[in-house]
Design a protein around this ligand. Structure first.
Ligand SMILES: Nc1ncnc2c1ncn2[C@@H]1O[C@H](COP(=O)(O)OP(=O)(O)OP(=O)(O)O)[C@@H](O)[C@H]1O
Length: 301
């Protein structure tokens, strides 16, 4: 189900076109990452979806409602801002109790979210004494109060103690299993690789690519299969006769076969029928290289 949609959104600051007709969507049960270099427009887009900024044009829909008109929808949304600015004179627990009251969430939920983000022990210290990472954990706990249907996190991994460590990844995976939609921004590919199901790559205020990480690889690196076989001669003579094989590169006992189209299934069938014993066969998923190429293509445009 589509939980969040931004359609044809544009925003200009002075003579800077921060967003230029951006359309994105995020579905329940998935982690969608908005990826892009510094200044691409990620935070502006998130802040518009959260109604903190008015777009010059375009429409936002959250859980089927226009959030600019129906603010009530935010009771079902959790939002972690980039570099959250929390009141330093409160303790983490006090802040969460206050937020729970404002959101109409039971007080007991505070204990649950503190445990989820691993902040039970530090809950009664003043926020002023927290590290950046602890501030982010409390901000995440606040966003998780009342089990939101949509969780939006803007650059959640900034800071010395990243909140998206292993434990947090488990928390997010549990959330999406229960049907929550997670949307996050990031300029770090590594984070996206570990977490996201879908990637929206924004460059200079425009969506340059949208799809799964595998689709990102296929689109920008092409189809490269890495396969392992001991039957070198048989393999070489067979692949040379296939019109969809662009090149074959030998890497010790492995081969990198570049295809002109996604003919992975055909290739594997040909090899097996041709009597080549294939030990392993997988798509070259060099996401880093794919992202580099995507940035280069976007720059050249
Ligand atoms: N309040 C503002 N006034 C003027 N220009 C702004 C303002 N906010 C953002 N910008 C500009 O708009 C562009 C997009 O900024 P935005 O913060 O949305 O990018 P971002 O992708 O989130 O970057 P980062 O990864 O650094 O957070 C940038 O060029 C930025 O300098």
């Amino acid at each position: 189900m589509e939980t969040l949609r931004a359609e044809n959104v544009a925003k200009r600051y002075g003579n800077k076109q921060a967003l230029d007709g951006v359309t994105i969507s995020a579905e329940s049960g998935l982690i969608t990452a908005i990826l892009g270099p510094n200044g691409a427009g990620k935070t502006t887009l998130i802040r518009i979806t959260m109604t903190l900024i008015h777009p010059d044009r375009g429409k936002i829909s959250i859980l089927g409602k226009d959030p600019f008109m129906e603010k009530d929808v935010f009771k079902r949304v959790g939002y972690v801002q980039e570099l959250p600015n929390l009141p330093p004179f409160l303790s983490g627990r006090e802040l969460l109790e206050l937020s729970a009251r404002l959101k109409g969430v039971e007080r007991g939920d505070v204990k649950r979210v503190l445990e989820l983000v691993g902040m039970t022990e530090n809950a009664d210290r003043k926020i002023a004494k927290y590290s950046k990472g602890m501030v982010q954990r409390i901000a995440l706990a606040e966003a998780l109060l009342g089990n939101p249907e949509l969780l939006v996190m803007d650059e959640p991994n900034v800071g010395t103690d990243p909140i998206l460590n292993l434990k947090m990844r488990d928390v997010l995976n549990e959330l999406i299993k229960s049907g929550t939609t997670v949307v996050m921004t990031s300029h770090e590919l590594e984070e996206v690789r570990k977490l996201a199901h879908r990637v929206i790559f924004i460059y200079r205020g425009k969506v340059f690519f949208s799809g799964t990480t595998e689709e990102l690889v296929l689109r920008f690196l092409g189809v490269r299969v890495i396969l392992e076989t001991q039957d070198r001669e048989q393999f070489m003579s067979l692949v040379k006769g296939l019109d969809y094989v662009k090149s074959v590169e030998e890497r010790r006992d492995k081969y990198v076969v570049e295809l002109t189209r996604d003919a992975r299934e055909e290739l594997l069938r040909e090899l097996v029928l041709g009597g080549v014993r294939v030990k392993s066969f997988y798509l070259d998923q060099d996401l880093e290289q794919a992202y580099e190429r995507a940035i280069k293509e976007a720059e050249a445009r």
